[in-house]
Design a binder for this molecule. Sequence first.
Ligand code: THU
Length: 133
Amino acid sequence: MADGSLIAAAVAARGKAYAPYSRFLVGAAVKDEAGAVHSGCNVENAAYPQGTCAEAGAIAAMVLAGGRRIMEAVVVGAGEGLVTPCGGCRQKLREFGSADLAIHVCDETGRVRKSFTLGELLPASFGPENLSS
Ligand code: THU
């Protein structure tokens, strides 16, 4: 079951999204190993490729606060299709999360539409352990 405070944080973060180009607002929240919740929103840029995803913002906030493990994640967005993390964000989540990390994909109201594990979204992934000899 998804953590209610994590979902609420992601919904609130979506309200702060800066997405004047796509008009597609996204919020994300991650819970760290201490139980602290960190959130982020997408921040677009006139130089389009420089925009950042909501997940990236949430992860940056977690690292700044001292968190180093992601125990649960939520992504919030509207529309017909599921707002699953993009490929780059799957890898960013992988840096701090294990294959069984739960990622809840919610609509803009915070209703869980579908839950995945990171292993499902990013199978046979490359992570920090792969660098140790
Ligand atoms: N976006 C996110 O922030 N997270 C996702 O999981 C999917 C996409 C953003 C990037 C861009 O600002 C907008 O949504 C449209 O792609």
